[in-house]
Design a protein around this ligand. Structure first.
Ligand code: RIB
Length: 288
């Protein structure tokens, strides 16, 4: 079982000819909105990968539908609190090459209390996963509580913030981060990610695949070919699938392979949580 302490955002999408420059006003070709947030995206990905996931988060009055939608996608929501503070949202601009730029409003995502987080984790069992990203408050308390209860702690270091990850070091079993975040982490700690006393580190490399660093050394995995239209949420899809695979008893190599397949389908789609592929789509596409 996966306990995901994660953000829930209303994602607003704007397709633009190029990412806006300072001072520029830019007309979008299209607008849409949907369920998002790195946390919600990972919960949906893990549920679509057939893991049982309970989301720990918070939404405001304006985002009650996001809570319902998580449930419709197979995510448990008893620990998603309703708050008087508005739901987090993200304004996402996507250029013609599928690259994005995101402005976040944290809103209810930083209104989590120890009672909400602790209340959820008391239902967890040893060897369950606590999954976290850096879009909510409460990560320090959650990691301490999870470790005390014998859970495995998986952390996706996004959006990257040196202080956030520094406070968690020593309590992370699986760290997932992209190449840029890995460089930022090395700068902040003075050590490469592989020297940080974390059992497994997975560094995603976009179109080049990913690298797994563990006590056994380093292993690189190629990405599956994809026609990129929108990279938003692809990293979240990768992480959700990876943790789901491990939670379901796959070894790391098999879980990474599944996660790379899911991410390659995701970059060919526009949107975030609402378009994350499920296992059947992966099987239909890759034949296994
Ligand atoms: O990683 C993509 C996500 O980042 C979006 O869904 C947006 O909500 C932001 O949190």
């Amino acid at each position: 079982m996966i306990w995901n302490l994660g953000s829930i955002n209303i994602d607003n999408f704007y397709e633009v000819p190029h990412l806006p420059r300072a001072g520029e006003t830019l007309a979008a070709h299209s607008y849409g909105f949907g369920l998002g947030g790195k946390g919600a995206n990972m919960s949906v990905a893990a549920a679509r990968a057939a893991a049982r996931v309970s989301h720990i988060g918070a939404v405001g009055e304006d985002g009650r539908w996001t809570r319902e939608r998580l449930m419709e996608y197979g995510v448990d929501i008893p620990h998603v609190a309703n708050t008087p503070v508005p739901t987090g949202h993200a304004n996402i601009v996507i250029d013609a090459q599928g690259e994005n730029s995101i402005v976040l409003f944290q809103g209810a995502n930083v209104e989590l209390t120890e009672a909400i987080i602790g209340g959820a984790l008391t239902e967890a069992s040893p060897r369950d996963f606590l999954l976290m990203q850096n879009e909510t408050n409460g990560q320090d308390y959650a990691a301490t509580t999870a470790r005390a209860l014998g859970l495995r702690v998986a952390y996706a270091a996004a959006p990257f913030e040196a202080a956030a990850i520094n406070q968690l070091l020593g309590r992370i079993d699986l760290l997932v981060l992209n190449e840029v975040e890995a460089e930022q982490l090395a700068e902040a700690t003075g050590k490469p990610a592989g020297a940080l006393d974390i059992a497994d580190v997975v560094i995603t490399l976009g179109a080049k695949g990913c690298k797994w660093v563990s006590n056994a050394g380093e292993k690189c995995f190629d990405a599956y070919p994809a026609e990129v239209v929108d990279t938003t949420g692809a990293g979240d899809t990768f992480t959700g699938y990876l943790v789901a695979g491990l939670d379901r008893g796959m070894d790391m190599e098999a879980a990474i392979d599944l996660a790379l397949k899911a991410a390659s389908l995701m970059v060919a789609r526009r949107g975030t949580a609402d378009v994350i592929p499920d296992l059947k789509e992966i099987q239909d596409h890759f034949g296994s």
